[in-house]
Design a binder for this molecule. Structure first.
Ligand code: CP
Length: 325
């Protein structure tokens, strides 16, 4: 009988690595440039690991993580769960629709009850801006914000930056247009903080009603002509029109939005260069982006999703502060 093949030990190089400056990842606003670079560098190592035949490492086998989703999610929830399982963490998933939140329990009581079952880390999506920050000041566990209302979605911005770097190299001086519903988008704010910290130039484009009045104070340009934005940029990060957060009419109809701000093949063919198309998902096909662009060779939308797992592994690994895999 032949000897069984020896399993190669999955190793993560930890030399020259340091730690994050915070025990939480609540938003990009409070991460340092070094934190962001450390997460992106660590994600590269995890991306290599999850592309091996054996995709799993035992690094977080003594850690239990609770995923608390008080708002709907496909990509972020599955991506965090997969990242945790690839790191061998124990995982529990909580959905507010089937919990005692429905009976009137507070957020703090809910989380403290979960933590008393020896849970070590919380990943939370919540409809209220500031919910993750509120908890971080009241509980004794690390928290990762998986999106808090219209405030921040830090791991989305990190995976977006990672995907842009993978395509374009160093982002210093690169021109990124963020197009669409800036007003209601946590992805926009986290992207602005992250891209500015990495030295990129950022232009926002959308109807005046969907761009907050004082956003230029963050060091971004604002224009309202999508053809100009596309001609200017190296990357167009196209955002979803968040109808669920709009309780008033910010533009006359979806048809008019698509006509004036939708990114389509005709608009891209008019450019004198090729640009990269991104979208955090979910896409309103035919509104902010047509299918022939979303599914084209210019689009890295599915690369963003793939990179999300490696980036979230990096965030969880660094927060758990483990020396080696
Ligand atoms: N990009 C993003 O946050 O998608 P989900 O809402 O599906 O998690």
């Amino acid at each position: 009988m032949s000897k069984p093949a020896c399993r190669k030990k999955q190793e993560l190089k930890t030399d020259n690595m340091s730690q994050l400056s915070s025990r939480h990842v609540i938003g990009i606003e409070h991460l340092t440039v070094d934190d962001i670079q450390l997460i992106l560098k660590t994600a590269t190592q995890f991306k290599e690991i999850i592309n091996r035949p054996i995709k799993k490492v035992p690094t977080l086998r003594d850690i239990t993580i609770a995923n608390l989703f008080f708002e709907n999610s496909t990509r972020t929830r599955i991506s965090f769960e997969l990242a945790q399982k690839r790191l061998s963490a124990d995982v529990i998933n909580f959905s507010s629709s089937s919990s005692s939140v429905k009976k009137g329990e507070t957020l703090l009581d809910t989380v403290n009850n979960i933590l008393s079952m020896k849970v070590d880390m919380i990943v939370m999506r919540h409809a209220s801006p500031g919910a993750a920050h509120y908890l971080s000041e009241r509980i004794d566990a690390s928290i990762v914000n998986a999106g808090d209302g219209t405030h921040e979605h830090p791991t989305q911005a990190l995976l977006d930056a990672y995907s842009m770097q993978e395509k374009l190299g160093d982002l210093k001086g690169k021109k990124i247009a963020i197009i669409g519903d800036i007003m209601h988008s946590r992805v926009a704010l986290s992207n602005i903080y992250c891209l500015k910290k990495l030295g990129a130039e950022v232009t926002l484009c959308g109807p005046p009603t969907l761009i907050p009045k004082y956003i230029q104070q963050l060091g971004v340009h604002v224009i309202h002509n999508v053809d100009e934005a596309l001609q200017w940029c190296d990357v167009a990060n196209v955002l979803r029109i968040q109808l669920e957060r709009q309780n008033t009419k910010y533009f006359p109809s979806l048809r008019e939005y698509a006509l004036y701000f939708g990114v389509n093949r005709e608009r891209l063919e008019k450019l004198d260069k090729e640009i990269v198309i991104m979208h955090p998902g979910p896409i309103n096909r035919g509104v902010e982006l047509t299918s022939d662009v979303a599914d084209s060779e210019h689009s890295i939308i599915l690369d963003q999703v793939e990179n999300g797992v490696a980036v979230r592994m990096a965030v969880l690994y660094l927060l758990a502060n483990k020396g080696q895999v």
